[in-house]
Ligand binder design. Structure first.
Ligand SMILES: Nc1nc2c(ncn2[C@@H]2O[C@H](COP(=O)(O)OP(=O)(O)OP(=O)(O)O)[C@@H](O)[C@H]2O)c(=O)[nH]1
Ligand SMILES: [Mg+2]
Length: 306
């Protein structure tokens, strides 16, 4: 079994278990007598995973059609429909590739609301890319929170990765500027810049983020090459709303879906991809350095319906 499949199986454990229980329930009933109520139960189970309205109803229609044609005999028949439908949805539109710098370091700016997993994801990504042989430098740009800079510095030390930090209450844009300059001087491959958490509704803080971006590009015109938004998937449909609102105000080029491990609403990944069209770059399933992997539609759909 591939390790990427195991990764998504671990991340979708809760979502899958509740879904499977509901599907098993359908087969405890007399298979010859599915009623509207049966479909309603199935619908409720799919809705609970936060797959989204469109895909839930597409799936139900497909299941109903095949049932009426006598093509559903086991729960595996339903799971197969789920796998195919979700995989097709996730791969419908090709995602734009990550914009790697053609020359010099690639700069990725991490943004998102408070506690969505920015700092931890940066540490996990640093580890991921270091394992691929890349030289990584971190910019600890969360000068807002008391322990914001320290948290990333501790990670940097643990990972053996250089970090440029600032003082609490200092200028986040200045830290980003210094990190980019230092990373270019050191000739690193990748610079990951952390920012303080913010709600999209805070006009002043969104303005500050604009400034961070502007100042980075003053030092290094092509940068930031990517702006990634971390979204906590355990908040289900609210994650969709959050990503949409943030994206209206700030040019997001990719999403990191965090905390998939803690939720029974893992279907939200499908809803987010389908409704927003942002590429899902990585998925986080825990607090350890290895708990991140690139999003993989095939492994995801298999792990969800198995
Ligand atoms: N279970 C789980 N916990 C996570 C994951 N990612 C982050 N966390 C935890 O969520 C909490 C918040 O993560 P942070 O990385 O500090 O989030 P942040 O966006 O940097 O937060 P602020 O800087 O306060 O805005 C921490 O306790 C993390 O350990 C994940 O994928 N799974
Ligand atoms: Mg943080």
């Amino acid at each position: 079994m591939s390790s990427i499949l195991q990764f998504f199986q671990r991340g979708l454990q809760k979502t899958k278990t509740s879904l499977l229980r509901s599907i098993q329930g359908l087969f405890n009933k007399d298979l010859g007598k599915w009623t509207d109520e049966t479909y309603e139960e199935l619908e409720a189970a799919l809705i609970r995973t936060d797959l989204g309205f469109e895909i839930t109803h597409g799936l139900l229609a497909e299941i109903r059609d095949r049932y009426e044609r006598g093509l559903i005999a086991t729960q595996e028949d339903i799971l197969a429909i789920g796998r195919q439908t979700v995989y097709a949805k996730l791969t419908q539109k090709p995602d734009p590739p990550i914009r790697w710098a053609e020359e010099g370091p690639t700069v990725i700016l991490m943004v998102g609301v408070n506690g969505s997993g920015k700092t931890t994801s940066i540490a996990k990504l640093a580890n991921y890319y270091m394992q691929q042989g890349k030289k990584v430098l971190l910019g600890a740009g969360d000068t807002f929170r008391a322990a914001g800079v320290e948290q990333l510095c501790i990670w940097a030390e643990r990972l053996g990765c250089p970090v440029v930090g600032g003082k609490q209450g200092g200028d986040a844009a200045a830290v980003a500027f210094d990190a980019v300059r230092s990373g270019r001087q050191k000739g690193v491959d990748l610079i990951l810049i952390d920012t303080a958490g913010r709600q999209h509704t805070r006009v002043d803080l969104m303005g500050e983020l604009e400034k961070v971006k502007r100042v980075i590009s003053k030092e290094y015109p092509q940068a930031p090459h990517e702006i990634w938004l971390t979204v906590d998937s355990s908040i289900g449909t609210n994650a969709l709303v959050q990503a949409r609102e943030f994206g209206r105000l700030f040019p997001i080029s990719g999403l990191i879906l965090t905390k998939l491990d803690g939720t029974g609403k893992g279907g939200v990944v499908v809803a987010i991809k389908d409704e927003l069209g942002y590429p899902v770059r990585f998925v986080g399933i825990g607090e350890q350095k290895d708990d991140i992997q690139p999003f993989d539609p095939e492994a995801f759909s298999h792990a969800l319906f198995e």
